[in-house]
Ligand binder design. Structure first.
Ligand code: GDP
Length: 439
């Protein structure tokens, strides 16, 4: 799971701090050394890690923190705030999408980083928001690239403009006229990628930018490339000028270095993150949520948004709301399971739940879902709505009815209780909740 080891390392540091009643400057220094190591291990840029720790130390050594009754928690709070700031603040940075007239987005990046996929993801994203995007095939070197764009365009239900192997700047220019004629208000240009940065590619991108007025030049980079991704961003920015980054494959086994260093190194924000191979697997990049995720505080907000996006009916959205209102019962859990597949699988979901990193992923293994569903189906409506009435006798009946063991029933109830408890804590006392998961 993404960021897992960084999260673990930081939890360890904070746990040690919490073990001490009062903090001395030496304690904070020692903790910051460990935080720095953890960041470096997560492939964060050296200078970024150093500056970050200096900044946190400076704030942490202030009187307010040192003299507070809960200094360790204050340090966690500062780390959370500084992580958020490092990645761009509370809210996602918005693309420069115009309300009237045409907006042009140019996708660029190295081959295999997810450029074509994300052109289509963006197309779908804006189509769903009621816009009329057009995808433009300017990767003329690989015939397969045009086919690929055509295929993903079809899946995204977004039209694709192509002119075979014409010159890319000419294709872009014609695409603009086509878009105007056909009422397409967002033109998304997919450009050629290379395995490595080369001058010919840069020249080509510059020529496209000289020919059409690009509102946002988006660099697509693979989060798993860590610092290398950041170097690529730096070079692209110097050579062609980028407006921001789409960070892809954050669902993979990334250590966090790219997410944490891009803005500090390039001065350009991350706009969106790719969280899977499907065309719906795209999210605006919320630095605060990413910080929360890195610190293991979970991401209930993202979960709710995801439920909203996936749902055609309102079912999951309701369940997520009920979850926040502490009314989450086993009926909701059942409804949620039905959505889990749509939402990218159990492990993706788990990574977004508060404290999800502390739950055994196997416990929510997709393969286990039919069993869990069978158990819930064997309960009476009353039991589902109020699981606390399930006594040993009822457990035996439910186990027999579902063909499962009493232990499996117990396990499910424990999971349910744990989820409910976490939700309650997160809602009632976000800071205390943070404390708990910081050690
Ligand atoms: P391009 O060469 O930059 O256009 O890259 P593609 O769009 O062809 O993507 C390369 C591979 O990465 C494909 O197999 C995609 O399915 C996969 N991919 C793209 N974005 C993501 C993502 O956010 N998560 C995951 N897991 N895979 C992705």
């Amino acid at each position: 799971m993404a960021f897992e080891s960084l999260t673990e390392r930081l939890s360890g540091v904070f746990k040690k701090l919490r073990g001490k009643g009062r903090l001395s400057e030496a304690d904070i220094k020692a903790a910051m050394r460990e935080v720095r190591m953890a960041l470096l291990e997560a492939d964060v840029n050296y200078k970024v890690a150093k500056d970050f720790c200096n900044q946190v130390s400076e704030r942490a050594m202030g009187q307010e923190v040192m003299e507070s009754l809960t200094p360790a928690q204050q340090v966690v709070k500062i780390v959370n705030e500084e992580l958020t700031r490092l990645m761009g603040g509370d809210e996602p940075t918005q693309l420069h999408i115009k309300n009237k007239g045409q907006t042009v987005l140019m996708m660029c990046g190295l081959q295999g980083n997810g450029k074509t996929t994300h052109a289509a993801k963006l197309g779908k994203y804006y189509r769903k928001l009621g816009r009329r995007p057009l995808l433009v095939a300017c990767d003329i070197y690989r015939p397969a690239a045009i086919d690929q764009l055509r295929i993903v365009g079809e899946q995204a239900e977004v039209p694709v403009f192509e002119m075979g192997t014409e010159r890319p700047e000419l294709i872009a220019q014609k695409a603009m006229a086509y878009a105007k004629d056909h009422g397409n208000d967002i033109v998304i240009i997919d450009t050629a990628g290379r395995l490595q940065i080369d001058e010919a590619l840069m020249d080509e991108l510059v020529r496209i930018k000289q020919t059409v007025e690009v509102d946002d030049t988006l660099l697509v980079v693979d989060a798993m490339a860590g610092q290398e991704a950041v170097n690529v961003a730096k070079t692209f920015n110097e050579k062609i000028g980028i407006d921001g980054v789409i960070l892809t494959k954050t669902d993979g086994d990334t250590r966090g270095g790219a997410a944490l260093s891009v803005l500090a190194v390039t001065g350009k924000p991350i706009y969106f993150q790719g969280i899977g191979e499907k065309l719906d697997d795209l999210e605006p990049f919320y630095p605060s949520r990413m910080a929360g995720r890195i610190l293991g505080m979970g991401d209930v907000l993202s979960l709710i948004e995801k439920a909203q996006a996936v749902q055609d009916d309102k079912e999951a959205e309701e369940a997520a709301k009920r979850m926040m209102a502490n009314k989450f019962d086993l009926n909701d859990m059942l409804a949620q399971f039905a959505q889990i597949k749509k939402m990218g699988g159990a492990s993706a979901l788990l990574s977004m739940l508060p404290g999800g990193n502390q739950i055994d992923p196997d416990a929510l293994d997709e393969k286990a879902l039919p069993h869990i569903e069978a158990i819930i189906y064997s309960m009476t409506p009353e039991e589902r709505a109020k699981p606390s009435i399930i006594n040993p006798k009822r457990k035996r009946r439910i186990a027999a009815g579902s063909g499962q063991t009493v232990e499996a029933v117990n396990k499910l109830l424990r999971q349910y209780e744990m989820m409910q408890k976490l939700m309650k804590q997160a809602k009632r006392n976000p800071k205390g909740f943070m404390r708990r998961f910081s050690g």
